[in-house]
Design a protein around this ligand. Structure first.
Ligand code: SF4
Ligand code: SF4
Length: 355
């Protein structure tokens, strides 16, 4: 049976108040939060944006969604995990500070931000899933202990997974440091020395300090590399390469992690994707990056696979091509969708209901 995906179209001319009104309408009409019961402890998973990036979902819009959950009687907090790379979200104190600087205050969203410190063993949950790539997933405990989960996701491109939607938001985004490393571990880049012109851009961008220029050629230290693929995106001569199979494996592992996060929440979760300001790269980039498609709209569903498939289809439709393949030719973003369906996470077949 097809899953329902609700959709409000938007264009870039619409103002913030009108968007907030449409979000409220979408949430009510789609009943996406109707799984919430009084006194449920709900975690709202989102990405607060790296410093210098403005692609993240605006706190005012998150406030509309959290308000709808709170009205249903839930206790609610906003959360994300710390990053692998050196940036403002590497540890909980700095991450929290950045979230506030980006406007995620209680006054705006009606909820507190909680960033678990996954260097503490007590904050790590090992979730047995016994899948092909991951047997036991290392997830931040806070996501497993909540009664329900709302994932609010900025839908955009991604250098390693083609696009980043809800499967990435929860699969990678709820994983602890160990879990993120497990997902990235096969994705260290190879450098074609004959193409490398020694410009040093990769060394500058590398968040793990895994690249050094030796004799004006880039050399990657695989023991430090976290497989983020940032170096690929900045290399002007395409001298860096991540094996396609490695990219696919990251997608598969990320999907298995999503399965772990939702293991006990299949009927206690709702997903909202913002297909606006659709950038080439994810919100972890500490800078603006180019918009690759016009604004499409906002989607809601209780099926994480359907909502990503519908977001992918709508963006491609407005571009008249597979824009994600265009900007990330090495990646087949449909791997994550097909694999997610094959392990029972959701349905790629959906009914789109435009509101
Ligand atoms: S993928 Fe590239 S940028 Fe990312 S950590 Fe590895 S070497 Fe550094
Ligand atoms: S960005 Fe590319 S060309 Fe420049 S040093 Fe790195 S690998 Fe070489």
């Amino acid at each position: 049976m097809k899953s329902k995906v609700y959709f409000v179209p938007l264009d870039s001319l619409i103002d913030q108040a009108a968007i907030s009104h449409k979000i409220k309408y979408l949430v009510e009409e789609s009943k996406v939060l109707d799984f919430i019961q009084k006194k449920d402890n709900i975690v709202l998973k989102l990405h607060f944006g790296e410093e210098g990036n403005t692609g993240f979902v605006r706190p005012e819009y998150v406030g509309v969604i959290s308000g709808a959950a709170i009205v249903r009687g839930a206790g609610l907090f906003l959360s994300d995990t710390n990053t692998l790379y050196r940036g403002r979200r590497l540890n909980s104190a700095d991450h929290l500070k950045l979230a506030y600087e980006h406007g995620f205050t209680r006054e705006v969203t009606g909820a507190d931000v909680v960033i678990p410190d996954d260097t503490q063993e007590d904050n790590i949950a090992c979730v047995e899933i016994n899948q092909k790539f991951i047997k036991s997933a290392k997830v931040a405990r806070i996501f497993m202990e909540a009664d329900g989960l709302i994932a609010v996701t900025h839908f955009k491109g991604h250098v390693l997974t083609g696009f980043g939607g809800v499967l990435k938001n929860i699969g990678m985004g709820c994983a602890t440091r160990q879990g993120k490393l497990a997902q990235h571990c096969n994705a260290a880049p190879v450098v074609y020395s004959d193409k490398c012109i020694g410009c040093g851009e990769c060394e500058i961008i590398c968040p793990a300090k895994a690249i050094k220029l030796v004799n004006k050629k880039s050399v990657v230290d695989n023991t430090k590399c976290i497989g983020c693929a940032s170096c690929l995106a900045v290399c002007p001569t395409m001298a860096m390469f991540i094996d396609f199979n490695a990219g696919s494996q990251v997608q598969n592992k990320m999907v298995e992690y999503s399965l772990a996060v939702l293991k006990e929440k299949k009927k206690k979760s709702g997903f909202i994707n913002f297909a606006i300001k659709i950038n080439k790269e994810c919100d972890c980039w500490g800078m603006e990056n180019p918009q690759i498609a016009p604004d499409v709209g906002i989607l809601a569903s209780n099926d994480p696979v359907s909502i990503d498939q519908a977001s992918f289809d709508l963006v491609n439709r407005v571009c008249n091509k597979n824009i994600f393949k265009d900007v990330h030719p090495g990646q087949d973003a449909t791997v994550q969708l097909q694999y997610a369906q094959s392990i029972g996470l959701g349905n790629t077949d959906y009914e789109l209901i435009e509101l």
